[in-house]
Design a protein around this ligand. Sequence first.
Ligand code: MN
Length: 430
Amino acid sequence: MRSWVEGANEPDLNHLPYGAFRKEDDVRLCVRIGAWLLDIAACEKDGLLDSLTANVRDACCQPSLNALLSLGPEAWHALRHRLRELLEDTAPGDIQTRVDWFLYPLHEAQLVLPVDAGGYTDFYASLHHARRVGELFRPDNPLLPNYKHVPIAYNGRASSLVAGGTPVRRPRGQRRPVSEGAQPEFAPSYALDYELELAFVIGQGNVLGEPIPIANAREHLFGVMLLNDWSARDVQAWEYQPLGPFLGKSFATSVAPWITPMAALEPFRVAPVAREPGDPQPLPYLVEAADLRNGAFDIEVEVLLSTEASRAAGLEPMLVSHGSTRELYWTASQMVAHHTSNGCNLRPGDLLATGTISGPQRESAGCLLELTRNGVEAITLPNGERRAWLQDGDEVTLRARCEREGLPTVVLGECVARIHPALQTLSPAR
Ligand code: MN
């Protein structure tokens, strides 16, 4: 299977991630093919999608994917199939000529978030992350007794989700008093961190009051994107008890501007890692045969960092950690089943993020909190600089790829964002 599009190849045709870009005053949906994006709405207006149903064609002309998501897997497959037909080298010459008008160079495109996420839930699915973080704060009792029974999560803030590329301003916030009896401080966070995560994009939702059984969970997943759950650890440490994270997280969450459809990820499904001997079995609503067989994904993930100094020296972004999503303790289906088990309704475009993806080794820790043991042991970067936490000008890049012998490699859209300095003052004085 080849594409006629210049420079595009089999992996590109096989992947076709969805995005959205600005075109004059409009936002248009698109798919990526090689170094190009294809304007889906323009294809529809030209009649190239006439073989699809009216509701799919209408969804293609919306400024976000939400309408398409709400139509369900049959609609997603029909559109993907048609887009591939248009881009394969078996497409008739006149079709190629028409489609060619609607290809734009990627490097010129201004990408925006392709989904309107009404909800963003952040799980805590990595046992290695939970254990290492637990060790920092409760050395005698790192893993809380609920961890292996309940897929732990908190409700994140959807309004501050931003597409990768958007600068992230260092937040100001309240932190613990430096000594007993002193006032808490309100200042720019000094303990700014990233979290390497994968977000699952919900397709069709469920009716309030009607849980999604784990056996049906896969039908509700549309795709995935990399997500960076920025965290101000000093703010978080002071505010999180007893109700969990709030302003230490909600100032910004960056997501990659490309959604990899589940269809492109299916070949990279693997069995979840075996539970440790003596681990409890999950309750029946979290267990299902297909999920045990291949409910996890083998996606290699990386964190890279560039700094003002490294960029000035012309260095490439420096590798900070690398791991795999196959190490996660809970699967996407378990997250969906658990999230809706009380009747809570998910809606099209909602994001369910994995939580920090960390592996068993130190070098696979997905955030600085773990790598630097809460800022105590600064890491040394390949260019000799040291970091306990992120500094202004630091740029974090999340990368992910799926590789398996005999299969075209899938490279997920990167999530990149740079830290800008905090505002000098909170707000103008009265
Ligand atoms: Mn997180």
